[in-house]
Design a protein around this ligand. Structure first.
Ligand SMILES: O=C(O)CCC(=O)C(=O)O
Ligand SMILES: [Fe+2]
Length: 346
């Protein structure tokens, strides 16, 4: 059923009472907005502080042309406004995980959203399955809609720019940990990053459903463009309250993923976040998930580990972690998705 014609809520969307959004929202400006064109030392300090306290921050003067940012936001809306038959022509399936999709689940509850996914590098090799003893790979490719006609060009140009920004942020994060700026660059030579368009239609049941249920992003970091509507919330570490990330014009939101938590040996944490919906306005967002190559083995970086501060995770393969996470994209998994704490040793 299409979102717009739903008169009664499909139970698949209903969050358990403890995960439903509270009617009263906490208003705060605590989440840092960092001007990354400032003096490098200053920026590195601010990034380090933001990573430690929030795992979430916004960046301005980021170098991504603002005109390109408006163009990508415009084509996102034009694509989702197409009739369903047209969107279904680029629907993802068991063979090709890229393309259009409207029934994603987070922790077994359906998200109130539709998405379009595309690879940063086309084609991309990923593990054929999540099974550890299966060493086969499979090659996945992008699907391109015929409308709007400039969709592919704008996406490819945008991907180049947002990827540059992701490398820049990764470098600042490494510097903030006292490492060389390019310490992790090698892990991304065959990156399996992807760009996602999220569309959250206005929802008649905003107190029962979520646009995206609570979760942590898996990779190194996420670079997210959002519109002016708002709805993204981050879980504050000090008290567990859900704090809205206020839309800042022309800014990008950066959030750390699980890989960075492991590399930093828990100095930094990937923050839990979710998206609330509202009954009046639709919302669009465009995350770029900066993901290492499938063969990267994740473990705490040697420079950050010593006798007083031993490694808190055993080594694991990023590609298999990614493949396990994505299993539930197609069907509701009966078990909880894999999480980094499954590799904890302390
Ligand atoms: O729409 C948003 O603001 C965030 C979406 C998100 O967390 C995700 O797609 O992983
Ligand atoms: Fe996310």
């Amino acid at each position: 059923m299409e979102f717009s014609t739903m008169a009664e809520i499909d139970p698949a969307f209903i969050q358990a009472p403890e995960y439903r959004p509270k009617p009263k929202v906490i208003e705060t400006n605590e989440i840092p907005v960092i001007d990354i064109s400032n003096d490098l030392k200053q920026v590195v300090l601010e990034i380090g502080e933001a990573c430690k306290t929030w795992g979430f921050f916004q960046v301005i003067n980021h170098g991504v042309p603002l005109q390109l940012l408006s163009r990508i936001k415009k084509i996102a809306k034009e694509f989702f406004d197409l009739p369903m038959e047209e969107k279904k022509l680029v629907k993802r399936d068991e063979v090709n995980p890229m393309g259009y999709h409207d029934s994603e689940h987070t922790k077994n509850v359906r998200d109130w959203k539709e998405v379009f996914d595309l690879l940063a590098k086309d084609p991309t090799s990923i593990p054929a399955s999540h099974e550890l003893d299966d060493t086969r790979l499979r090659t996945i490719r992008n699907q391109w809609p015929a409308y709007p006609p400039e969709f592919r060009d704008v996406c490819e140009e945008y991907e180049g720019e947002v990827e540059k920004l992701a490398y820049k942020i990764l470098e600042l994060i490494c510097l903030s940990l006292g490492l060389p700026g390019d310490r992790l660059h090698g892990c991304f030579r065959d990156q399996i990053s992807f760009l996602r368009f999220n569309h959250y239609p206005a929802c008649p049941f905003p107190e029962l459903a979520l646009g995206v249920g609570r979760h942590k992003d898996g990779g190194a970091l996420t670079v997210l463009a959002q519109d002016e509507v708002g709805g993204l919330e981050v879980r504050r570490k000090s008290d567990g309250e859900w704090i809205p990330v206020k839309p800042a014009p022309d800014a990008f939101i950066i959030n750390l993923g699980d890989a960075t938590q492991v590399w930093s040996n828990d100095r930094y944490e990937s923050a839990e976040h979710r998206v609330v919906v509202n009954s009046e306005k639709e919302r669009f967002s465009i995350p770029f998930f900066f993901f290492p190559a499938h063969y990267v083995m994740l473990k705490p970086l040697e420079e950050l580990v010593n006798e007083q501060n031993p490694a808190r995770y055993r080594e694991f393969n990023w590609g298999k972690f990614f493949a396990s996470r994505n299993r539930s994209d197609y069907k509701k998994a009966e078990v909880e998705n894999i999480q980094i704490y499954h590799f904890r040793i302390l």
